[in-house]
Design a protein around this ligand. Structure first.
Ligand code: QAP
Ligand code: CO
Length: 171
């Protein structure tokens, strides 16, 4: 297993639209293992392949406290949604930023698991928010795009300043 590099906002590659996965093979399962390790190491509760510069429709999520309930979603589709909820979201690609976003409260999602087997899941609360947040990544969308232009510009400036500081420290 390996830790993967996570793209940081405002990296333009985060706006790439992911392609469906044709076959869930050993290569995909290795990527799933590496993404899970990268998410647990962060630690985070969700990671989309887009964030590790792999532009295919793959998401890993684990919202359990014990980090022992990995959920894999390949080619996910939301087939039903209802209600609205506000949630204070963060993102491994936007470290240190937490802002409230309004999304559907309950969703029904269809996807393939890590064996390529189709399943259907009803989700609400944090899991529902997390699936919607990660599916946005597959569409090239980062949660800060739901915020006001002013907030987004401030976040962008802060991220670029932080990246420059890291670059300087590496000299
Ligand atoms: C998406 O986000 C999410 O800023 C997953 O410094 C978040 O795992 C869905 C993280 C909240 C629903 C609710 C963020 C780690 C992790 C940071 C994450 C940070 C370190 C974010
Ligand atoms: Co994210």
């Amino acid at each position: 297993m390996a830790l993967l590099n996570i793209l940081n906002y405002p990296d333009p590659r985060l706006h790439t639209v992911a392609k469906p996965i044709k076959e869930v093979n050993a290569e995909i399962r290795r990527l799933i293992d590496d993404m899970a390790q990268t998410m647990y190491d962060a630690p985070g509760i969700g990671l989309a392949a887009t964030q590790v510069n792999q532009h295919i429709q793959l998401i890993v999520i684990d919202t359990s406290k014990e980090q022992n309930n990995l959920q894999v979603f390949i080619n996910p589709k939301i087939v039903a949604k209802s209600g609205l909820q506000d949630y204070e979201e963060g993102c491994l690609s936007v470290p240190g930023v937490y802002e409230s976003v309004t999304r559907a409260e309950k969703i029904t999602v269809e996807a393939l698991d890590n064996q390529g087997k189709p399943f259907k899941l009803d989700a609400e609360g944090l899991l529902s928010v997390c699936i919607q947040h990660e599916m946005d990544h597959l569409l090239g969308k980062v949660f800060v795009e739901y915020l006001s232009p002013l907030k987004r510009t401030r976040i962008k400036t802060r991220m670029l300043k932080h990246a420059r500081e890291i670059t300087r420290n590496n000299y």
